[in-house]
Design a protein around this ligand. Structure first.
Ligand SMILES: [Zn+2]
Length: 317
C-alpha cells in the first residue's frame, strides 16, 4: 500500500440547473460522469472500503492508482443519480450519513442551512441572521455582540466567502443548541415553502434504499447520529451520538469494524479514543491529500474534495 489511495469526497450530485435550488453547492451530474471518465483515463483502480481496511491491516496490497469514492450525508442523489452509474460500471463506493435521517423524516440543521444559503444572496441573508441575534440577545440567551461573533467566525475557506463561513459556523456549532435550532428553523421556514417532512423525503435516501445499495455491494460507514461537530461534544454526548448511529445502521455497518466519516472532518485524539472503543477501524477527514498509511494515522485519513479534480481543477490522479 506504499502508493496509498486517493479518497474523493462527494456531497450533492445532481442536475443543478434543472433543480429547484440551482444555487446549492454541489456537483453537476454530467460533471460527475466526466470525472469518472477522467479517473479511468488516468488508470484509476476503484477500491471499496473493505479493501482499504484490508490494506490498513497490512494483509492486502492495494493496486497502483487506487481510488476510493466516498459520498457523505445520505442525499437521494446518491441513490437516484450515483448508484445506477456505479452499478453499471462495477465501481464500489463508500457512503455515510447521519443516523437521524434514517430514523426520522426530519431535515438536519446542516442541510437547512444549505438550502437557506441557496435561496437568498448572502448579502440579504446576513442582515436577517444579525436581526435574529439581536432579537434573542439578553432575553433567554447570552449572545456576544454581533461584531465580536463576526470577527471570531468569519474566515476565508477553500470554497466559501467569509460571510458564508460566518453563517455556517454560527449556526452549526457556535450558538447554544436550542438557540441555533430555533434560528435555523425560522430561516428555513422563511426561505423554503415546503413542509419539512415532505422536504426530507425529497432530500434523503430511505432505509430500504440504503439496504438495497448494501446488498449490491456498496459500503456504509458512520457519520454520527445528529451530524454534530464530534470534537465539540462532551465524551458522554459523543458516546451517545455514536451509539445511536450504530443502532440505526445495525445490519448495514459491522459494529466491530466500521469507518468513521467525521462530520465536518471534526476528529481529535479524544474522538478517536472513544470511537475505537465503539469498534471503529479507521476514520476519514476532510483534509485534502492523498492517503498514505505509512504517513497518516488510520483514524485521520485525508480525502480530496471532488472539486480538487477535473473538470474543476487540473489535478492529475
Ligand atoms: Zn456530513
Amino acid at each position: 500500500m506504499n502508493e496509498g489511495v486517493t479518497i474523493v469526497m462527494y456531497h450533492y450530485v445532481r442536475s443543478l440547473s434543472a433543480s429547484r435550488y440551482p444555487g446549492i453547492k454541489g456537483l453537476e451530474l454530467s460533471r460527475f460522469r466526466e470525472q469518472l471518465e477522467f479517473f479511468k483515463s488516468e488508470g484509476a483502480r476503484f477500491i471499496g472500503a473493505q479493501e482499504l481496511l484490508g490494506a490498513l491491516d497490512g494483509g492486502l496490497k492495494l493496486p497502483p492508482r487506487a481510488v476510493l469514492l466516498t459520498f457523505d450525508d445520505g442525499y437521494i442523489d446518491h441513490y437516484t443519480n450515483v448508484f445506477p452509474i456505479l452499478r453499471l460500471e462495477g465501481i464500489p463506493a463508500f457512503f455515510s450519513m447521519p443516523g437521524r435521517i434514517l430514523a426520522e423524516r426530519r431535515v438536519l440543521d446542516v442541510n437547512k442551512i444549505h438550502f437557506v444559503l441557496a435561496s437568498l444572496p448572502v448579502g440579504e441573508l446576513l442582515p436577517m441572521v444579525m436581526e435574529r441575534l439581536d432579537h434573542y440577545r439578553g432575553k433567554e440567551f447570552e449572545i456576544p455582540p454581533n461584531g465580536v461573533l463576526y470577527r471570531k467566525l468569519a474566515a476565508e475557506s477553500r470554497f466559501d466567502p467569509p460571510e458564508v463561513i460566518f453563517i455556517k459556523r454560527l449556526l452549526q456549532a457556535e450558538l447554544e443548541e436550542t438557540l441555533r435550532n430555533r434560528i435555523v428553523d425560522e430561516l428555513f421556514r422563511a426561505c423554503v415553502p415546503l413542509p419539512e417532512e415532505a422536504f426530507a423525503k425529497e432530500l434523503y435516501m430511505s432505509y430500504d434504499q440504503v439496504r438495497l445499495m448494501r446488498q449490491e455491494g456498496m459500503d456504509f460507514g458512520i457519520h454520527g447520529y445528529d451530524h454534530y461537530w464530534m470534537n465539540r461534544l462532551t465524551p458522554q454526548a459523543l458516546d451517545r451520538d455514536v451509539a445511536l448511529a450504530l443502532e440505526v445502521f445495525g445490519g448495514i455497518v459491522d459494529p466491530k469494524r466500521w469507518i468513521c466519516c467525521y462530520p465536518y472532518g471534526s476528529c481529535s485524539d479524544d474522538v478517536i479514543r472513544l470511537i475505537r472503543k465503539r469498534g471503529a477501524a479507521a476514520g476519514v477527514t476532510t483534509e485534502a491529500d492523498r492517503a498514505l498509511p505509512c504517513v497518516h494515522d488510520r483514524f485521520r485519513l485525508p480525502r480530496y474534495d471532488t472539486n480538487d479534480f477535473p473538470p474543476k481543477t487540473a489535478r492529475p490522479l
